[in-house]
Design a protein around this ligand. Structure first.
Ligand code: C2O
Length: 601
């Protein structure tokens, strides 16, 4: 690959530049010729890099004349893989890159949450545990919804850069492993420490194979749910395939890695047992004067910020539908420098808190950019709070405020705001009878009684009841009576028969009437005539969106998988790949990839 002429799109240099083009403004958005396209910091992160590796792997296979070739993954989430794998370290090997941090060569243990001025903690045993706790946080604690794990929506026309919408894994370990590997003596920490150059280091592909593997683990082992939003499913990228032909591929066609012909070697996942625990429980947070909290504020010292929770008591159903999320927004920093700060919740002594503690929420971290459409970067970072708060609070004591502590580690940043938002992305795609908070906010469920015909010269009245089996016992004091249709006689009217209709919003009544956990998809409406003669045209449910500007979120299902049987070639652990290769040469391992599926796309 390195020997191909640089005019060949399959050459190593051009392949590395594919990554650069997709993250340093090389492409404009279709239909928005002045908006740059970016594959980081949003829900495009996982699918873009999966397709990118796929074609890289296919090109390698073609050049090696071995269509079972599989990229190795750098297994840094496991103690045995927490240093640069041996295969990348021999200076005579094409896998070697001299632009790496010379202080981080083996046996130095990687810091999965690294920021330049922060040296990893020592001794190595602590660093290993720190990494395992951090993996648990990023894969489980901070990954409770599709948006929090895979990144925020990024749709056609969205500004570049969107305020940083990176998911938990993109933030860490992804960014820190880039920054930890790159050479700090280079201006932008080339190669790995900046995206335009990162893919020039062959270790990039092993790093991203592991990121891709973590995505699979989240979906297959941890029950993570993919987005069903068509804006995500239909997003597309262009790559050169192994025949040096450009092909267009869509997000929806990479969601099942077995369809792309590979699986990951099934190995132990040690961080599953590394759940952080609270350092202290039941710490009382006292509100400090709001006046001291003026935003935007420079993060030039440790900042304590009191945040009010908009809703401290939420029902079980509300919690299932919407995650309570801490949002640190409007983070401004110079894009050409590395930046990192740590975030703690209800922690009175940040010096004592580590990723082994629940109080440490995680970090905001970014690598320097070489080129950028704006000189200041605007970023944001999010952390789910429900389970963390539950672990931290003393029994039955539910506080309406939380204390957030920001600790600068490197770079200069300004904080725009700190607040709580609700993330409903894990409940999208449920039945309409179960509507998420955003949908409920966007549209009221309304009972419509239409086509009511009555003689316009006579008085008319009927009462309307909901789920009431005995209307005689129901009084206006009861939830069951929705209200009445009533009209006075008209003296003159252009038509002799009046056509009317009446609407009742029913959402809050249904909530009060239903038994816990029991949500019915039918309601019973009872009409009781009190005076006049009336004909009813129809009774139905409609949705009234007038009170909100919001759009309803699509709840389209993911397309059924193509269940053609594919054979898989497992991507091996990096440190084992030599042995695997030898075994394969000796004919001990038979693996065959099924190929050609992309030609039709
Ligand atoms: Cu596209 Cu790890 O970067």
């Amino acid at each position: 690959m390195k020997q191909l002429p640089t005019s060949d799109p399959r050459s190593f240099m051009q392949q590395a530049d594919v990554h650069c083009a997709y993250c340093n403004g090389g492409y404009k958005q279709k239909g928005y010729s002045n908006v740059s396209f970016q594959v980081h910091r949003s829900w495009l992160f996982f699918p873009f890099h999966r397709w990118y590796l796929y074609f890289f792997e296919r090109i390698c296979g073609k050049l090696l004349q071995d269509d079972t070739f599989a990229l190795p993954f750098w297994n840094y989430d496991s103690p045995s893989g927490m240093q640069i794998p041996a295969m990348f370290n021999e200076s005579s090997s094409p896998l070697y890159d001299r632009l790496r941090n010379q202080d981080h060569l083996p046996p130095v243990v990687v810091d999965l949450n690294w920021g330049s001025r922060v040296t990893g903690i020592s001794p190595d045993k602590n660093q290993i545990n720190y990494n395992l706790n951090l993996m648990y946080k990023q894969m489980i604690t901070n990954a409770t919804t599709p948006r929090l794990f895979m990144g925020q929506p990024y749709r056609a026309g969205d500004e570049y850069p969107t305020s940083s919408g990176s998911g938990s894994i993109e933030i860490a370990p992804h960014i820190p492993v880039h920054a930890w590997t790159g050479d700090p003596k280079q201006h932008f920490m080339e190669n790995m420490g900046t995206f335009y150059a990162a893919a020039r280091d062959p270790i990039f592909y092993a790093h991203h194979a592991n990121i891709d593997r973590l995505w699979n683990i989240w979906v297959n082992n941890l029950g993570g749910k993919l987005f069903s939003d068509p804006d995500w499913l239909e997003s597309s990228f262009v790559f050169y395939n192994e025949e040096a032909k450009p092909v267009t591929v869509k997000v929806k066609d990479c969601l099942d890695s077995t369809r792309l012909g590979y699986v990951y070697e099934d190995i132990d996942i040690p961080w599953l047992d590394a759940k952080p625990t609270p350092r202290r429980r039941g710490v009382r947070i006292v509100a400090i004067s709001q006046a001291t909290q003026v935003f935007p504020t420079a993060l030039d010292r440790v900042l304590d910020i009191i945040v009010t929770r908009p809703k401290k008591l939420r029902s079980k159903e509300e919690k299932e539908e919407a995650e309570e999320v801490l949002l640190i927004d409007g983070i401004e920093y110079d894009f050409s420098k590395q930046v990192k700060f740590d975030v703690y919740l209800n922690e009175c002594d940040v010096e004592l808190s580590t990723p082994a503690n629940t109080e440490f929420l995680g970090s905001f971290v970014d690598v320097p950019y070489h080129k950028h459409p704006t000189s200041m970067e605007k970023g944001s970072v999010r952390f789910p709070l429900s389970s963390v708060l539950k672990e931290l609070q003393g029994s039955d004591e539910i506080s309406g405020i939380v204390m957030v502590t920001l600790v600068p580690q490197c770079g200069d940043a300004t904080i725009g705001s700190v607040m709580i938002e609700f993330d409903t992305s894990k409940s999208s795609g449920r039945l309409k009878k179960l509507r998420n908070t955003k949908e409920k906010e966007a549209a009221e469920e309304v009972l419509l009684i239409g086509g009511i015909e009555n003689d316009c010269s006579k008085q008319v009245k009927f009462d309307v009841y909901l789920n009431e089996c005995d209307v005689e016992l129901s009084m206006p004091a009861n939830t069951e009576i929705l209200g009445s249709f009533v009209d006075v006689p008209y003296h003159r009217h252009p038509t002799s028969m009046e056509k009317g209709s009446i609407r009742f919003s029913i959402f809050s009544m249904l909530k009060e009437l239903q038994r816990t956990g029991d949500i019915s998809d039918v309601v019973m409406v009872t009409l009781a005539l009190r005076c006049g003669d009336v004909t009813i045209g129809g009774v139905m449910i409609e949705f009234d969106t007038h009170r909100a500007r919001g759009e309803l979120e699509g709840s389209q299902a993911v397309e059924p998988r193509n269940d053609r049987a594919y054979k898989h070639h497992p991507r091996p652990k990096a440190e084992e790949s030599k042995a695997t290769l030898a075994a394969r040469k000796a004919g001990l391992i038979q693996m065959a990839g099924e190929h050609g599926m992309l030609h039709g796309l």
